[in-house]
Design a protein around this ligand. Sequence first.
Ligand SMILES: Cc1ncc(COP(=O)(O)O)c(C=O)c1O
Length: 407
Amino acid sequence: MLDRFSVVYPLMIHGMDANDSDETGERAAGAGDRVGGGTGGCTGTVDVDRTDTGYRDWLKEAVRKVQADANRSADTHLLRFPLPESWGIDLYLKDESTHPTGSLKHRLARSLFLYGLCNGWIRPGKPVIEASSGSTAVSEAYFAGLVGVPFVAVLPRTTAHEKQRLIEFHGGQCHLVDDPRTVYEVSARLAAETGGHYMDQFTYAERATDWRGNNNIAESMFQQLRRERYPDPAWIVATAGTGGTSATIARYVRYMQHDTRICVADPENSCFFDGWLTGDRSVSCDRGSRIEGIGRPRMEPSFVPGAIDRMMKVPDAASVAAVRALDTAIGRKAGGSTGTGLWSAFKIIAEMVAAGRTGSVVTLICDPGDRYLDKYYSDAWLAAQGLDIAPYAAAIDAFLADGSWPD
Ligand SMILES: Cc1ncc(COP(=O)(O)O)c(C=O)c1O
């Protein structure tokens, strides 16, 4: 009988060295592989077994820790933004700032860790590296700590100091770059140099997330709307960093056959709007986005344009005015990307008011404003950026009073 563990020797396959790995972290054949069979065997079967029971025990425990964390967590709230009763329109904010790591990226980081672990990409003792504008890295630093692997965030130097502090608080390291467009290549290089795993949220966000359900953000929203007077929102407004959140919501809505339409609000200095409009995925732009977490210098692979019904290009000053209006209305400070989505939601509601339509609209509180007190809540920062929010603040005041819109 053929003993499949009987022959053990280093292999060369496809001309790769034993320690070569491709960009997905796949391993080439090498030392440690148990190879059985070959020319001497009667069946001609070549059998390679890479079972590593020590690693599998580690993996099982790592997955358990991530799942247990989810099991201990509660769902995020769906808050109401007060609008005049006579409009017959309800505006909701899915408050993702209440996750343990303070942003909608907590969901993504959990999904990316489970995806990377179950794919065999995240290995004991090897660092996880990520390109981020901060929020994802804060959440990933938390999950890396939970699983017990080192974590390095590659961030633009302009990233809010509070987010850098939080990454380090959770045990991660920050690697700052001057040009935001280089975060991808620097991350890939660091992963290659350290034998670590480049998580690459911008590629994997849309596929690591379970878009059909599993209490993803869309399923949670629809569950929470069940007892509302308009349980099927006319519109859900999202923003795009990886594009993963909008892809998950849009796919879920289509899969569940809701009539809800999806709008993505894009800030200045971002490519998503142009790429969506023209169908050209190769668009790029020179400057980094001032609205942290959203707006990218390239069309990220995780952005799924075909699933998006509508997009708006929102001035950065409008995003800041909207996020300050949120604070006035419900007493909550949020990050700039929340304002980008809220401004678009206001515009959509103004159209509904003008058309005499009733219904509901949902957008997101993406992360908390206390990360950006020296940016979106600082008049000195606004002045330094040359941003005048006064006309947009006046437009919001007028809209909230009588439903009018300046366009
Ligand atoms: C604060 C904030 N808002 C919105 C987004 C957009 O989410 P997504 O990456 O799913 O497109 C991000 C992404 O990093 C973010 O950090």
